[in-house]
Structure formats: structure tokens, C-alpha cells
Design a protein around this ligand. Structure first.
Ligand code: DGP
Length: 114
């Protein structure tokens, strides 16, 4: 299997504006921001999407969510709020088959999502 864009970013084969990383996850600015702050946080492990996650992935997924909240706070989003989004499959608009959580903030969000 060829590497996804996000695997190349993790491997530093593609440039990205990385805002946080540790041994399990990497967070970087989205190239096509949909809000004043738009960051993606991804596991280093190439899980394609949440539907393909396995029971043994629970620790990394829990870690990813906790770090998403930390990154959002570090970027100043905690007081006004933010949205976390996982797009899973074609109807959700998933474009990159490497599990990623969108962290969106800095503007008022609509509901339901488009
Ligand atoms: P999704 O539609 O949920 O699969 O979101 C994929 C996101 O990935 C989309 O918001 C744009 C972002 N993206 C795609 N290619 C790149 C890239 O090369 N660099 C960065 N930083 N983001 C990218």
C-alpha cells in the first residue's frame, strides 16, 4: 500500500505546520481551513478510519481525544468552544484514508452540519 498524505507528513516527507506531536499522535494545521483555527490530529498508526479501528486501538484513540482537547486549549479555543469532527466514508466527505480528528474553532458553527 502506498503511503497516505498524512503518513508522509508524519514521516516528514511532506511539509506541514505541526502544532503538537508525541509518540502516538501528530497535530498539524489543515491545508484548507474551514474555520479561523482548523487543525487535524492523527494517530501515527495508519488506522484508515474509525470504522476500521480495532479493540487494541482504544488506548491510542483515547489519547487522541484527550490531546485534541489539550491542543484546542493551547490554541485558545476553550473559552468559546470548538468542534471535533471525524469524517468516516464517502457520505461524510472523507478524503484521506488515515483516521483524523478535525479541531475547528474561532467562529460560530451551524447545526446540523452540511
Ligand atoms: P477529510 O475530508 O475528513 O478526509 O479531511 C481531510 C483534510 O485533510 C481536509 O480538510 C484537507 C486536509 N489536507 C489534505 N491534504 C493535506 C495536506 O497535504 N496537508 C495538510 N496540512 N492538510 C491536508
Amino acid at each position: 500500500m502506498s503511503k497516505t498524505i498524512f503518513e508522509k507528513i508524519i514521516a516528514r516527507e511532506l511539509p506541514a505546520n505541526i502544532v503538537y506531536e508525541d509518540d502516538l499522535v501528530v497535530a498539524f494545521r489543515d491545508i484548507n481551513p474551514q474555520a479561523p483555527t482548523h487543525v487535524l490530529i492523527v494517530p501515527r498508526k495508519p488506522i484508515p478510519r474509525i470504522a476500521e479501528a480495532r479493540p487494541e486501538d482504544a488506548p491510542v484513540l483515547g489519547h487522541l481525544l484527550l490531546k485534541a482537547a489539550e491542543v484546542a486549549e493551547k490554541l485558545g479555543l476553550k473559552p468559546t468552544g470548538y468542534r471535533l469532527v471525524f469524517n468516516n466514508g464517502p457520505d461524510a466527505g472523507e478524503a484521506v484514508p488515515h483516521l483524523h480528528c478535525h479541531i475547528l474553532g474561532g467562529r460560530r458553527m451551524g447545526w446540523p452540519p452540511g
